[in-house]
Design a protein around this ligand. Structure first.
Ligand code: RFL
Ligand code: PHB
Length: 407
């Protein structure tokens, strides 16, 4: 089923009218994944995205997929390249106090692993699949606005190239990220927000150099956190904790390499290959949850409803679990006429969101340097990390959360 234009200029001469079943705001991973699962199930949908497709693909973000997320990409029919080119990881290293210790994710989690595959690639593969299956995405849609979602007949308006459009629909999925319009369209009195802003950011770089280790290294150091990640065996993604008011221009490549080396154990720093970076950006760190995640016929999913600091690699994966619950609920609604799944959406999604919020907050607290922690705080962090790597119970808890709690 393809969305169709059912009338033109009925109310205003320059308004194009359309009807669909689910209007999706935002073409990030949450919106594209939901759209593809709906399309595959024969449920009509339209994706509206503020930015251009090229802009969306130029954003460098997440890199670690839980098995649940990887499985959903397969289910969407967009997992082929991830399976061929993604890097399955069975563990990572925790570095602190001059040494490093491996966390055996696979052994400690009963055989699970994570997949290192860039969010940019996930988005690319989902876009391609959508094109191949004839799904309608409108890029550069401005002034997107959901209306009347507290009643039975919601609709979404937007402008494109000077023409106004209106899409009447059964449901609106707000997948438009933290700064999107969906959450902001809900009256303040209907929403409760929980937030923590951290007093530092992450400076990230991409460089065409082999990663320093075949697994990720998360490092605690008195100078601040560092992370060695990758996109492939020839492309590295590295991060250092930095003050919030630092600017990218303050960080030459040389300064970055000097700093990350100082924060890593000597043997790692010595074998680190360096080279020119081709992307460099600073991201602030935030924990945020909006409750509930459903307002009548509007559902929030992904970063539109919640943010985690990237330390636990959970943001993209939470977007995927939201989509799991939302898609199952919508499919049940259209197939069986039951609203049980969509009625339970917010509760189910939030139960998993809060566990990932806790884990991401805890990883952030354990690994970063806080302005007021002092030498005592540093020692406590090192003691906690020591306990983590020497206690099977503690490492098991870390591994279980990192590979992803069940949906
Ligand atoms: P997105 O990706 O922000 O997509 C939302 C889309 O909505 C569009 N939009 C609008 N469209 C129409 N009208 C409007 N008014 C609109 N306003 C916004 C936007 O242009 C955009 O295209 O949200 P989504 O789909 O919920 O996906 C969430 C993930 O992108 C995010 O959680 C992750 O990137 C977080 N994250 C990580 N997550 C992981 O699971 N593993 C990781 O390893 C990981 N590392 C990271 C990260 C995020 C980072 N940054 C930059 C915050 C590393 C970093 C550095
Ligand atoms: C990344 O590769 O971008 C990445 C990996 C792990 C994280 C965050 C980001 O925890």
């Amino acid at each position: 089923m393809r969305p169709h234009v059912v009338g033109q200029g009925t109310h205003r001469e320059d308004t194009v009218f359309m009807r669909t079943q689910v209007a999706i705001i935002g073409a990030g991973p949450a919106g594209l994944l939901l759209g593809q699962l709906l399309t595959n199930a024969g449920i009509d949908n339209v994706v509206l995205e503020l930015r251009s497709a090229d802009y969306v693909l130029s954003r460098v973000r997440a890199g670690v997929l839980e098995e649940g997320m990887a499985g959903m990409l397969d289910e969407a029919g967009a997992g082929r390249r991830m399976r061929a080119e993604g890097l399955p990881h069975d563990g990572f290293d925790l570095a602190f106090d001059g040494g490093h210790h491996r966390i055996d994710l696979h052994g400690l989690s009963g055989g699970k692993r994570v997949m290192v595959y860039g969010q940019t690639e996930v988005t690319h593969d989902l876009m391609e699949k959508r094109r191949d299956t004839g799904g309608l995405s409108v890029y550069e849609a401005v002034n997107v606005q959901p209306h009347d979602f507290d009643g039975p007949n919601p609709y979404v308006t937007y402008d494109k190239h000077g023409t106004s459009h209106r899409i009447d629909c059964d449901f609106v999925a707000g997948c438009d990220g933290f700064h999107g319009v969906s959450r902001r369209s809900v009256p303040d009195s209907a929403i409760t927000a929980y937030e923590r802003v951290y007093p530092f950011g992450w400076l990230g770089i991409l460089a065409e150099i082999p990663p320093v280790s075949h697994e990720l290294i998360y490092a605690n150091h008195p100078r601040g956190f560092a992370l060695c990640s990758m996109r492939s065996m020839t492309r590295s993604r590295y991060y250092v904790q930095c003050p919030l008011d630092d600017r990218v221009e303050d960080w030459s490549d040389d300064r970055f390499w000097d700093e990350i080396r100082r924060r890593l154990p000597a043997d790692v720093a010595e074998r680190m290959v360096t080279g020119p970076s081709f992307e460099k950006s600073i991201a602030p760190l935030r924990s945020f949850v909006a409750e509930p995640m459903r307002f009548g016929r509007l559902f929030l999913a992904g970063d539109a409803a919640h943010i985690v600091p990237p330390t636990g690699a959970k943001g993209l994966n939470l977007a995927a679990s939201d989509v799991r619950y939302l898609f199952d609920g919508l499919r049940e609604y259209y197939a069986d006429g039951s609203s049980a799944g969509i009625d339970d959406y917010s509760r189910r999604a939030l139960a998993r969101v809060w566990k990932a919020e806790r884990f991401s907050w805890w990883m952030t607290n354990t690994l970063h340097r806080f302005p007021d922690q002092g030498a005592f705080g540093q020692k406590i962090q090192e003691a906690e990390l020591n306990y983590l790597v020497s206690s099977r119970a503690a490492s098991t808890s870390l591994a279980e959360n990192y590979v992803g709690l069940p949906y």
